[in-house]
Ligand binder design. Structure first.
Ligand code: PEP
Ligand code: MG
Length: 763
């Protein structure tokens, strides 16, 4: 079958991208009137690409793209045609930040017809985003009359030109000469940007960009060989530096950190990555520009994927490109040249947990991410470090400059950029109050939590990272009531084997001064995704194949984990707890696996733990109805209120729309919890509660009133809860709850809050 005359046409440019770059650079270097430069460039590109049209759109205020220069479209449309980001194909390119090549653009569902341009004459379109510092600042496209299939090489070439063009767009000095002036002007005004709460708290400091906008001075290179040699040298230096980091004693000791760095080391040698940078150099780019170009296209290709593993890899490549650039540019031009201020708010598109740990924690006052979700690893680590974090802060990178004053008000999901004096004063007052509070909590560290009327309550912390264990000392907690073992699995890039797990659990036990640690076996599935664990997508993952269900179907997984725990706890006490158990036989089967493992270790002559206690999380409502049958089998029970109530109310715990629909102090919840405490007390099985509920003062009050004498919570919640319990007369709370357990009301919160207020426990 014969091809049409112009399909699959390969323009001459493909073999000569360097020539095109050199001509564009000449125009830029010659200077002169800004508009004339753009017009010459569009003309050159159109000629080289054998296209009838070449246009440059530049991003303006309010997310509009202005047709800034065009060869081929009707001249009067220039500066008079605007598209919103996301409108039309050009708007789509800007929104997605990636290239589009369409043989029949007009047939595309998002084609937006702008009659003033005369573009109805053109069938095919190839466009690429113009990126600077990772932001889309415009779009460059070419159009052809005939239906033309653009090749991958042509797309690459257009991307390369777009990079060079980005420098021209951003480089103008005066308002008249600089099309970015409108955007720049905006960047000096105060702003309030909304986001989502990833780690609570309040922080103020100077903005520090995690990957600073890099100003590459020379985009086009005359001699590819020199650039190639510079690249090789930079690679060698980077590998050497990574090896040194890995050998560093502090890193070698710390599980989480080391694993991520080892992954970097492997990715740094990724042959495909290196080859693509080398190819970009061959097209005429300088080594720096080549690294940036490859990074832009990795982000464009992989950044939008829903696959969490690939998304994490994009962060890894981002970090490596940044490191490589540092070596290429040397000390002076290095992207990290901006020294982190003493009190810094870190701003990033996204970052990996190890990257956060790279920063001096004492200087970090907050973190703002353009992406991120509460379960992202960096959020988990930041919470452990007590750093307030806001995620999904749209476009913050392009709206903040290095050194800008920033307030992160995570609790209200807002970032105040360049705040005025009033906001700063309000911040100072809030911080002052928080500091006073901290001092008060610190004074309680050695005190036991006993209510004023003499009821002792054991307070423990929840943990998942080594860093959490710091709270054990600073809060005076009794132990770790819940160690979420899946968290160290989540921050790793491959499944840890028995030896690595043994090291990890041993390290935990070595760092708790002999206090008890309840290791919960893996609770993967639901929102806890392991990047390397491939499972089929489920419609309802939180009610799906997770936690103990996975363990019972894949007993080797559980046995290996128990083996590691047993070895780590040799000569010490071991507490193991199973998550998401829905019926007694599941617990019995899981416990049998523990017994088998113990027997095996004994047979092998290994040192065994001094004692082994096996308990269950009560977080599936069905189990609450089998307590009489369950109690004889378990050594302890811990109520996982987070899951328990999402299932009790059929209300997704992660859905912000439902967050306030049902209340934890409703008579339903309190009655349900009371039945659990009563059953456990009757069977003399120790019971605790380790969901987030335990860390909220009013809820903790109610729990103690219901009969709970053990609570486990996030480290930072322990101080406030202890302070409240120390001042609490329990009897009136118990009386109010008992009297209203059958009340047909939404919540007993107002009544409980009233008592707290009357006892001077809350303002
Ligand atoms: C719970 O469900 O209450 C709990 C503590 O476990 P997680 O939050 O890890 O699901
Ligand atoms: Mg749970």
């Amino acid at each position: 079958m014969a091809d049409g005359p112009t399909t699959n046409y390969r323009g001459p440019l493909v073999s000569e991208p360097r020539q095109l770059l050199a001509r564009v650079r000449d125009v830029m270097a010659r200077g002169g009137e800004n508009q004339a430069q753009y017009d010459q460039i569009t003309k050159i590109i159109a000629t080289y690409m054998v296209a009838e049209v070449c246009s440059i759109y530049i991003r303006r205020a309010n997310d509009r793209l202005e047709l800034y220069s065009s060869q081929g479209l009707i001249p009067s449309a220039v500066h008079n045609t605007y598209l919103q980001i996301g409108e039309g194909i050009v708007g789509d390119i800007a929104a997605a930040g990636r290239p589009f090549a369409l043989a029949d653009a007009q047939a595309h569902p998002n084609f937006a017809y702008k009659p003033e341009t005369g573009e109805e004459l053109y069938s095919s379109l190839m466009g690429v985003p113009i990126l600077r510092g990772g932001r889309v600042i415009g779009v460059l496209d070419v159009q052809n009359r005939t239906k033309r299939d653009y090749s991958d090489e042509e797309v690459e070439t257009l991307q390369t030109v777009a990079m060079v063009l980005a420098e021209l767009i951003a480089g103008g000095t005066s308002n008249e000469n600089n099309p970015m002036a409108v955007l720049d002007e905006q960047s000096t005004k105060p702003l309030r940007i909304e986001g989502i709460l990833l780690s609570d708290g309040l922080g103020m400091g100077r903005a520090h960009l995690h990957s600073p906008r890099v100003n590459i001075e020379k985009m086009v290179a005359d001699d590819p060989l020199t650039e190639h040699l510079r690249l090789t040298k930079a690679f060698q230096e980077m590998h050497g530096a990574l090896d040194e980091m890995l050998a560093d004693a502090a890193v070698a000791e710390s599980g989480e950190h080391k694993d991520v760095l080892e992954t970097y080391r492997l990715i740094a040698e990724d042959a495909g990555w290196v080859k693509r940078i080398e190819e970009a150099i061959r097209t005429g780019l300088s080594a720096e520009a080549a690294v940036q170009k490859v990074q832009n296209s990795i982000r464009a290709r992989m950044g939008q994927t829903a696959d969490p593993y690939l998304r994490e890899r994009v962060h890894d490549f981002d970090d490596l490109a940044h490191r490589l650039m540092t070596h290429l540019m040397g000390e002076n031009g290095a992207p990290h040249a901006a020294v982190m201020p003493g009190e810094a708010i870190l701003i990033a598109r996204s970052m990996g947990p190890a990257q956060l740990l790279d920063y001096d924690a004492t200087k970090l006052k907050g973190l703002v991410l353009e992406e991120g979700s509460p379960t992202s690893h960096v959020a988990i680590v930041a919470r452990a470090m007590g750093i307030p974090v806001i995620g999904r802060a749209q476009d913050i990178l392009s709206r903040v400059n290095e050194g800008d004053q920033i307030i992160v008000d995570a609790n209200h999901g807002q970032v105040l950029v360049r705040p005025g004096v009033t906001a700063q004063t309000a911040f100072d007052e809030s911080v002052h109050a928080l500091e006073k509070q901290k001092e008060r909590y610190a004074a309680l560290v050695d005190k036991s939590a006993i209510t004023k009327d003499g009821h002792p309550v054991e307070l423990s912390i929840n943990a998942g990272l080594m860093i959490d264990l710091g709270h054990l000392k600073s809060s005076g907690a009794a132990g770790v009531g819940l160690y979420r073992t899946e968290i160290p699995f989540m921050v790793r890039s491959k499944f840890p084997g028995v030896d690595e797990q043994t090291r990890l659990y041993r390290q935990v036990l070595d760092n708790v001064d002999g206090k008890p640690v309840v290791f919960r076996t893996l609770d993967i599935g639901g929102d806890k995704i392991l990047p390397y664990w491939e499972v089929e997508a489920e419609d309802n993952p939180s009610m799906g194949w997770r936690a103990i269900r996975v363990a019972l179907d894949r007993p080797a997984l559980l046995r290996r984990q128990v083996r590691a725990m047993t070895r780590a706890a040799a000569g010490r006490d071991l507490h193991i707890m199973f998550p998401m158990v829905a019926e007694v036989p599941e617990f019995v089967a899981a416990r049998a696996l523990v017994d088998k493992e113990l027997a095996r270790e004994k047979e092998r002559g290994s040192a065994l733990p001094r004692s082994v206690r096996v308990g269950v999380m009560l977080e599936v409502p069905s189990l609450a109805f089998q307590l009489t049958a369950l109690c004889p089998f378990v050594d302890f029970i811990s109520v996982g209120s987070n899951d328990l109530f999402q299932f009790l109310f059929a209300c997704d715990r992660g859905n912000p729309r439902l967050a306030d629909r049902y209340d934890l102090l409703s008579p339903i919840v309190l009655r349900f919890l009371k039945s659990i405490v009563d059953a456990c007390d009757a069977a003399q099985v120790p019971v605790s509660l380790c969901g987030e509920m335990a860390g909220r003062p009013l809820e903790a009050m109610a729990l103690v009133a219901l009969g709970f004498r053990r609570l486990s919570m996030a480290g930072i919640s322990l101080g406030p809860v202890k302070e409240l319990l120390l001042g609490l007369e329990l009897a009136p709370v118990s009386a109010v709850i008992a009297a209203q357990l059958d009340a047909p009301v939404h919540s007993l919160r107002p009544a409980i809050a009233e008592i707290a207020k009357s006892q001077g426990l809350v303002p």
